[in-house]
Design a protein around this ligand. Structure first.
Ligand SMILES: Cc1ncc(COP(=O)(O)O)c(C=O)c1O
Length: 399
C-alpha cells in the first residue's frame, strides 16, 4: 500500500513524544526488573469478585447489560460516585457525573472542549505524561506552573493568566508521588478563582494512601471552577476502563455531547459489573489489601534506595500512590542511560518525559507497584551500580 495516499492532519505530528514510544519498545525484555512501568499490580486485582459479579450481571440483567445505554452512564453508578465524593468533602450531585472510559478519556474530552490553536494550558512541572499526550493534538501551548515539593506555588499562579485551565494532580502525583497539603489547596483554589483560571483536577491515586487519607479535593474549595476526574483503574482494575468526570452543569452538558460523539457511552457491561461489585460492599476491604501491598513495595524501595543510593541521589518517601521520584547527580542524563540500564536488567522512566517545557534530565520515576520487594531491591542495586560506574567513567574522561 502506498502511504502517500493518505494526507495526515497536522495534529498527527503532535500525537506522542517519540522518545517514550522508542523507550517502551526496549522495556519488554524478559527478566527485566521493571521499575519503569506505571501498571497497577495484577496480583492485587479482585479477579474472583469480578468473576462472580459478571456471572450475576449476565444472569440477572443480560438484556440491559449488553445493550447501548445513556451517554452519561448508569444512574446508580453516578449516584455511587456522587455519594463517595461527598464523603470525601466534595459535595456533588449525580447529575454532574459523567462516566468515562477511564480518566484518560476525561482528559481528552476536557481538552477537546477547552483547547485550540493559540491557547495555553498550564501544567505542573513535572506532570503526568499521558495528560501532555492528551492535550497535544488540540494544539494548545502547554506552559509550566512554578512548583515546589508541595505543588504549584499560589503566589506564582498569576504568571498563568489567560490559560484555559491549570491541570493539577493533588494526590500522590504521577510522577513525583507528592501530595498538595490542605492549606496549599485552599490557596490555589482562592487564587485561581480570583484570576478566573479554571482547574482540572485529576485524582486516580487518592484512595491509595498508606497512613491517612489525603485532604479534601481542590474542587471542594472552588466547585464552580473545577472539573474533577476520578478512575476505577487503580482501585479495581484498569482493564474495566471506567472513570468519571465531575463538573459544574454547563460544562457537564458539553462534556456529555463530546463523549457522545466520541464513543456513545462507556461499556455498559463494565458499568453493570462495577456497580454490582460496589453494591456487595467489597471496595473498602479490597482497598485495605491494595494499600498493604503497595506499602510493602514502598517500604522495600525506600530501604533499597537508602542502602544503595544515599550518596548518589535524593528523593522523598511518598505516603501513597505508586511512585518515587529520584534526582541523580546533574551529570547523569537518565534518558541516555536507559538503554544501558535495560542491558543491566532494570528499567525506569526518564524524568525528562514528564515536563512540558523545561525537562529535568537527571531525574527518574521509579514504580514500586509491580515488582516484588526482592526484585525491587535487585533493580535498585543494579541501577546504583550503573550510576556509580557512569560517574567514575565520566570523571575519568574529564581528567
Ligand atoms: C495521573 C493519571 N491520570 C490519568 C490516568 C489514566 O487512567 P485511566 O484512564 O486508567 O483511568 C493515569 C494512568 O496511569 C494517571 O497516572
Amino acid at each position: 500500500m502506498n502511504a502517500k495516499v493518505f494526507r495526515f492532519a497536522h495534529r498527527t505530528r503532535l500525537l506522542a513524544p517519540s522518545m517514550i514510544l522508542e523507550l517502551m519498545k526496549l522495556m519488554g525484555q524478559p527478566g527485566l526488573v521493571s521499575l519503569g512501568g506505571g501498571l497497577p499490580s495484577a496480583d492485587g486485582f479482585p479477579s474472583e469478585a469480578v468473576r462472580e459479579a459478571s456471572h450475576r450481571v449476565l444472569t440477572q440483567h443480560p438484556r440491559e447489560a449488553l445493550q447501548y445505554t445513556t451517554t452519561e452512564g448508569l444512574l446508580a453508578l453516578r449516584e455511587w460516585v456522587a455519594a463517595r465524593l461527598s464523603q470525601r468533602g466534595l459535595a456533588v450531585q449525580a447529575s454532574q457525573v459523567l462516566i468515562t472510559s477511564g480518566s484518560q478519556q476525561g482528559l481528552d474530552l476536557v481538552a477537546k472542549m477547552l483547547l485550540e490553536n493559540g491557547t495555553q494550558v498550564a501544567v505542573e512541572a513535572p506532570t503526568y505524561l499521558g495528560a501532555l499526550q492528551a492535550f497535544a493534538p488540540y494544539e494548545a501551548d502547554a506552559i509550566e506552573a512554578a512548583c515546589d515539593d508541595a505543588g504549584p506555588l499560589p503566589e506564582r499562579l498569576a504568571e498563568l493568566a489567560g490559560a484555559r485551565a491549570l491541570y493539577l494532580l493533588p494526590n500522590f502525583q504521577n510522577p513525583t508521588g507528592r501530595c498538595i497539603p490542605h492549606a496549599r489547596r485552599v490557596q490555589i483554589a482562592a487564587q485561581a478563582r480570583s484570576m478566573g483560571l479554571p482547574l482540572l483536577e485529576d485524582d486516580p491515586y487518592g484512595d491509595l494512601w498508606f497512613d491517612q487519607p489525603p485532604a479534601a479535593p481542590v474542587a471542594a474549595h472552588w466547585p464552580e471552577g473545577t472539573i474533577y476526574l476520578g478512575s476505577f483503574s487503580k482501585v479495581l482494575a484498569p482493564g474495566l476502563r471506567l472513570g468519571y468526570a465531575v463538573s459544574p452543569l454547563p460544562v457537564h452538558d458539553l462534556l456529555v455531547q463530546a463523549k457522545q460523539a466520541a464513543d456513545m457511552h462507556s461499556s455498559t457491561l463494565a458499568q453493570y459489573i462495577v456497580l454490582d461489585l460496589l453494591r456487595t460492599g467489597m471496595l473498602d476491604g479490597h482497598l485495605d489489601d491494595v494499600r498493604i501491598r503497595y506499602r510493602i513495595g514502598r517500604d522495600a524501595m525506600a530501604q533499597a534506595l537508602h542502602t544503595h543510593m544515599r550518596d548518589l541521589a535524593t528523593w522523598q518517601i511518598p505516603d501513597g500512590g505508586m511512585f518515587f521520584w529520584m534526582t541523580l547527580p546533574p551529570q547523569i542524563d537518565s534518558a541516555s542511560l536507559l538503554p544501558l540500564a535495560i542491558k543491566h536488567g532494570v528499567s525506569y522512566l526518564p524524568g525528562a518525559a514528564f515536563f512540558a517545557r523545561n525537562p529535568m534530565r537527571n531525574a527518574v520515576r521509579l514504580s514500586f507497584a509491580t515488582e516484588s520487594p526482592a526484585r525491587i531491591a535487585q533493580g535498585v542495586a543494579a541501577l546504583a551500580k550503573l550510576v556509580r560506574h557512569t560517574l567514575t567513567a565520566q570523571s575519568g574522561q574529564a581528567q
